[in-house]
Design a protein around this ligand. Structure first.
Ligand code: ADP
Ligand code: 5GP
Length: 245
């Protein structure tokens, strides 16, 4: 990754929603396993030239099949911390015990005619981007229900039961904060979810999550996550003393 960009401003476009379509960064947030990465990839695949993925830096180790520079810039903790000190991140956060950050260079320049930059980041990072880039459009991705969510999270096969439990604990916090984010998309069918995100980017369609369906989905997801954490704890796969490891 280029370590040279130190621009502090990431915003050169009109505010999201001000005139319909957004040209600012598109930020997908939501609990692990909700489908953020998959939706982002589908958006880029279906709309070549219109969207581009922001590749983050992380201190976590690559998973099988992940490529340095494509999925993440995999960096050592000391290099990550040096980049923080040098002001090279537009935002960064510690998530599930590892550090993740968006290189400021990824968001500069945000041009009206260039692709919309898609960020798949956690809610702490999203709040930093919202403060920094007024034009950011933040969409909270929700799993369609607790069973398919847990199945997808486990079925991805990329985390140990202990790691899944840790992600579910983080998810409880994310679900609690969900109402403070602007827009929501439920990821049942992938193409439909990607289309709904595209519609929000175009400034057509809006789901501010005010309905009763949204509240009951959130409660169902919360209950499902708690039950799964309990199950994993009982099976010895999760260890709450392991939170800081
Ligand atoms: P996140 O990035 O939010 O952690 P992922 O994009 O990795 O979530 O999705 C979690 C798992 O669910 C992946 O294995 C992915 O292939 C699968 N998945 C995501 N969206 C759908 C969908 N709409 N239908 C079926 N499987 C999905
Ligand atoms: P994973 O380890 O599953 O790839 O990602 C774990 C979490 O870190 C996800 O919630 C993901 O959205 C978040 N994440 C990935 N990149 C960044 C980033 O650059 N900044 C922040 N704040 N979070 C990130």
């Amino acid at each position: 990754m280029s370590g040279s960009a130190k621009r502090s401003s990431v915003d050169a476009s009109p505010p999201a929603g001000a005139g319909g379509a957004t040209h600012g960064p598109l930020v997908l947030v939501g609990p692990s396993g909700a489908g953020k990465t998959t939706i982002a990839a589908r958006l880029v695949e279906r709309n070549p030239g219109r969207f581009a993925l922001s590749v983050s830096a992380t201190t976590r180790r690559p998973r099988a099949g992940e490529e340095d520079g494509r999925d993440y810039h995999f960096v050592l903790r000391r290099d990550f911390d040096r980049m923080v000190r040098a002001g090279e991140f537009a935002e960064w956060a510690e998530v599930h015990g590892e550090r993740y950050g968006t290189p400021a260079a990824n968001l500069v320049p945000v041009r009206e005619r260039g692709p919309v930059i898609v960020l798949d980041i956690d809610i702490q990072g999203a709040r930093q981007v919202m403060r920094r880039a007024e034009s950011a459009l933040v969409i909270f991705i929700l799993p369609a229900g607790p069973d398919e969510w847990i199945d997808r999270l486990a079925g991805r096969g990329t985390e140990s039961p202990r790691e899944i439990a840790r992600r579910l604990r983080t998810a409880l916090q994310e679900l609690a904060e969900a109402p403070s984010f602007g827009q929501f998309v439920v990821n049942a069918d992938l193409d439909r979810a990607a289309d709904e995100v595209l519609a929000l980017v175009k400034g057509v369609g809006s789901d501010r999550g005010g309905g009763r369906g949204f509240a009951s989905l959130r409660h169902a997801l919360d209950a499902g996550a708690r039950a799964e954490i309990e199950r994993l704890d009982a099976a010895g796969g999760a260890d709450s003393a392991d939170q800081g490891a």
